[in-house]
Structure formats: C-alpha cells, structure tokens
Design a protein around this ligand. Structure first.
Ligand code: NAP
Ligand code: MG
Length: 489
C-alpha cells in the first residue's frame, strides 16, 4: 500500500549532518501544476483557474496551483461527509495506525518537505529542517497515540466526533499548521477539508500526496487550494460541523460573524503581540539569545513572537548593547543556506506592510536601529530592526507587524510591567526572564497570555496546549486540550 520513496530514511531523533545544498532543490520532485486533492485523488478545479506560487527569495515562479470555487468546496465536503460515515466507525486502534503511518512517512520525506517549505515560504532551511518538519511529524505521532484512548482522556463521558471539519491555515508555518489541524481531527474520528494559504500551498499538497500514499481511506482528508474566497466557501458551507481557523484577527472576526446563528463549532487562533520581559536578575546573555530567537525566528512571522521587549531599567543599557552586538552577527539572506539566520519575507505584500510599520515607528518618534549587515538586492528581504524608547501608545507597540521588528520599552517595578504587558488587544503569549521562581509564578498568574515561557522562548511541543485570550482568539490546539474542539459528549 505504501509507495517506496527515493529519499533515504532519516533518523528522526538525530540532527541532520548537513542542510541541503542549493543544487539539491533540483532533486526535489515538484510538478509544474497542482490540482485539488478531493476524495483521494488530484482533480482539476471547476473554475479552470490556476494561480502562481513564487519563491520569495528569488522572485521566481515555482508552480501553478488550482483555485477552488464553491462547487469544488462542495465536492470536497461531500467526499468528507461520505468518508465520515466509515471513518468514524472503524476501530479507534485502526485510526491510530493510519495516523502513525502518516507520521512515519513524513519522517522519511522530511528532507523534501523542508526544502519545499523553504523554497515556497522563505524561511531558513535550518528552521524548516530542525523545527517545522520534525514538529509536524511529532504532532501526528502524538495524536495517533490518543486515537484509542479517548475514553481515558475523558473518563465517564462518551466522546463522539463532530463530523466534517473545515480547516483554514496561514502562511507562516504551512506544514506545521496543517499538522496541528489534521492530526487531532483524525484522532477523534472527524474528516477534513483543509485550505492552505495562497502563498504557501506546496507542502500541504505534498502532504496530500503522502496521505494518498499512506492508504488513508479516500475522502478522509481533502485539500482545496485557493484564496480568501475559497476559505469563505468552506466557512459558509451548510454541511460543515466545525471550523478551525488560524490567521489574522480581522478574518477571524469575519468568520465568527459568518457562522453566528449556525450550530458550527469554532476555534480561532489569531494574532499576537507578546511581551518578552527581562528582569535585572536574569541571566543576561541567555536572555539576549531569547530576545533574538523570540523576534527574529521565522523573520518574525510568528503569532507568538516576542515583539515587545521590556527590560528592567537598571540593566537596560547593558542588555541593549549586548542585543545590538548580537544583531551585528545575524546573517540575512538565502534561506537555502544553512548559515542564514533571517530568510525572506513571505510575500511582497507582507514586506510592504512591514516597511509601512517601520516608517510609522520613525514618524512616531521611536529611535530606529538596524545592524550594518547587507541584504540581497533581489527578493523580499528586511533587516532586523529595533525601535528603542518606544512608548505604550505607539502603533508599533500596539499593532501586530508580523516581521523582524522589535519595540523596546523599559520598566522599574513588577506592577508596572504587568500593566504594560497586558495593556494590549492581544493575549497569545509572553516571556519572562529572571533568576527567581517566585517571580515567574507571580507573573504567569497575572499575565493575560495563553502561553508564558520562562527563561526560554518559542519552544513548542505537541503535548502543550496553545491558544489565546482576548483578540488572539479562543480554543486550544495541542495536548489533551486540543482534542476537545473536535468532540461532542
Ligand atoms: P489571514 O489573512 O487571516 O489568512 C489566513 C487564512 O485564511 C488563509 O488561508 C487565507 O487565504 C484565508 N482567508 C482569507 N480571507 C478569508 C475569508 N474571508 N474567509 C475564510 N478564509 C479566509 O492570515 P495570514 O496573513 O495568512 O496569517 C497571518 C496571521 O495569522 C497573523 O495575524 C498571525 O498572528 C496569525 N497566526 C496565528 C496563529 C495562532 O496560533 N494564534 C498561528 C499562526 C498565525 P489566503 O491565503 O488566500 O488569503
Ligand atoms: Mg510561495
């Protein structure tokens, strides 16, 4: 049933010895044109329309992607509905086996997934290779384990699947977000219609090939590509039982309005503007690494990015000096080079948005700092940027920029920093750096954020629930909590 792949089997537990060299991209099997994955096969779109996907580092076209219209979405939902009748009834242990098989195939093809993710989205190959792809496989492994243990997860209750889940994901972690969505839905006996983001459909389509090769019954997972309209067709389809959306707060609000009055269940994972708080008793060198990782990981295209730095006044000068020194060492450039720290901005549109905010920050009077590094003349690139002396009312402090731009504020007391950290529409994540455990417990209780990291940042694990408060959305993904939104009792 499982097709043999040409790639070597990689040991998931050890690091790869090398990153793929740029010429390795020639050996990645990419088609010129991608169709929709409906009912276990690739089918042409009813619209007959295709749109191009580009490599944001080279601005070269990679492939054409099918644009699904309402009729295509309807076909996908029908396939998922039909598959649900069988999938929800097979023994849970069997469901688990299928999910394990997807996880194992993903490990085997890890290299191909990593290269395609980097080509299509612009993130450094080091990150796709060491973080995105292994974590995506790990999500399938983790939820495969839950498939036949739901009665233990929810004792004295009888968990039942909801039906067909419509899942819509953003462009910043394309494969990982697909895994976050598909794995728990399958483990709980639901079937899926998933739409990837317009600029980064390729790894979801590779996942469709993998799913077909895994022998998963036809129609259990359907992948429809397209723009916002395709997403809206999923949201508005009357035979969808659940919408799981990850993306911007604006679109999240539109979706919530669109399904008001229906009995569709909803989870929203939306934007963020996290505070990363450095106390004077923190291990400062470690904290500086955490600041850099917090904001420059994945070019800052991270919903939980530590995009607002708060440094205690007594150590502000030294932390800012160390941060500037560290920024001088960052390499911005070819995402396919394993030495690159900051890759390409995902799209022209996003680069324009980031540059608009850099101008706003300057106009607002914050002091801008960028290191002396060069950036490639072609492609979408942005230097890592600080805004020093930022104040709470600045737009660069209040609004999500979703790029490598960090605002810096100082504070004197714990009460002051808690108030400033929480005084924002978002509540997704936060970071605290201190030597004192008591301070960590005090802050984690008072910061209104779904995830609070202590003396580390941007650490992800399938066992931990992830999600927000306020305009960052509701519902949790990951861990035991991540099963709940796909079940009724
Ligand atoms: P977005 O513009 O909201 O798009 C997200 C997805 O929704 C895309 O697939 C998009 O399709 C689709 N879409 C657009 N309009 C739609 C509509 N009217 N109805 C249904 N679907 C629609 O967000 P993005 O720019 O891709 O992603 C960045 C945002 O995601 C940031 O705000 C970030 O913070 C957030 N995010 C949150 C989390 C979390 O876990 N909380 C994780 C990652 C990202 P197109 O691509 O074709 O526009
Ligand atoms: Mg692309």
């Amino acid at each position: 049933m499982t097709k043999k792949t040409k790639e070597p089997t990689l040991d998931f537990t050890t690091d790869w010895a090398y990153a793929p060299a740029p010429e390795d991209t020639k050996h990645i099997s990419l088609k010129k044109q991608y169709d929709l994955f409906i009912n276990g096969e690739f089918v042409k779109p009813n619209s007959k329309k295709y749109f191009a996907t580009y490599n944001p580092a080279t601005e070269e076209k990679i492939a054409d992607i099918a644009e699904a219209n309402e009729k295509d979405v309807d076909n996908a939902v029908k396939a998922a509905r039909k598959a649900f009748e069988k999938w929800s009834k097979i023994p849970a242990k069997e469901r688990g086996k299928y999910i394990y098989r997807i996880a194992r195939l993903m490990q085997e093809r890890a290299r191909e997934f990593a290269v395609i993710e980097t080509m299509d989205g612009g993130k450094p190959i080091r990150e796709s290779r060491d973080i995105d792809v292994p974590l995506a496989a790990n999500h399938f492994f983790y939820y495969a384990g839950w498939a036949d243990k739901l009665e233990y997860a929810f004792p004295n209750r009888t968990p039942k699947p909801l039906g067909v889940a419509g899942q819509i994901i953003p462009w910043n972690f394309p494969l990982l977000m697909a895994a976050w969505k598909i794995a728990p839905a399958l483990a709980t006996g639901n079937t899926v219609v998933l739409k990837p983001a317009e600029t980064t459909s390729l790894t979801a389509l590779k996942l469709a090939e993998l799913i077909r090769d895994s022998g998963l019954p036809d129609g259990v997972v359907n992948i429809v590509t397209g723009a916002g309209k395709t997403g809206a067709a999923i949201v508005n389809h009357p035979d969808i039982n659940k919408i799981a959306f990850t993306g911007s707060t604006d679109v999240g609000k539109m979706i919530q309005k669109a399904i008001a009055g229906t009995d569709k269940k909803l989870t929203l994972e939306l934007g963020g503007k996290a505070a990363n708080i450095i106390f004077e008793d923190a291990p400062l060198d470690q904290a500086v690494e955490g600041i850099v990782n917090g904001i420059f990981f994945n070019q800052g295209h991270v919903c939980c990015a530590g995009s607002r730095l708060f440094v205690q006044e007594s150590v502000a000068d030294i932390v800012i000096r160390k941060l500037k020194d560290r920024m001088e060492t960052l390499i911005v450039g070819d995402p396919m080079d394993k030495n690159t720290d900051i890759g390409a901005i995902n799209s022209k549109e996003q680069l324009l948005k980031i540059n608009k905010y850099i101008k706003i920050g300057k106009d607002e009077g914050a002091e801008m700092y960028q290191p002396s590094c060069g950036i490639p003349s072609k492609g979408n690139f942005c230097k890592p940027t600080l805004f020093l002396n930022a104040s709470q009312s600045h737009r660069v402090v209040q609004e999500e920029i979703f790029g490598p731009v960090l605002t810096v504020q100082t504070f004197r007391t714990i009460e002051e920093v808690i108030e400033k950290a929480n005084n924002i529409p978002y509540g997704l994540s936060a970071g605290v750096w201190t030597d004192k455990g008591s301070k960590i417990f005090n802050l984690t209780a008072k910061l209104r954020a779904g995830v609070v990291w202590a003396n580390t940042y941007n650490k992800f694990d399938p066992t931990s629930p992830f999600g927000g408060y306020k305009e960052s959305g509701f519902g949790r993904e990951g861990g035991l909590h991540g099963l709940m939104p796909y079940l009724k009792f």
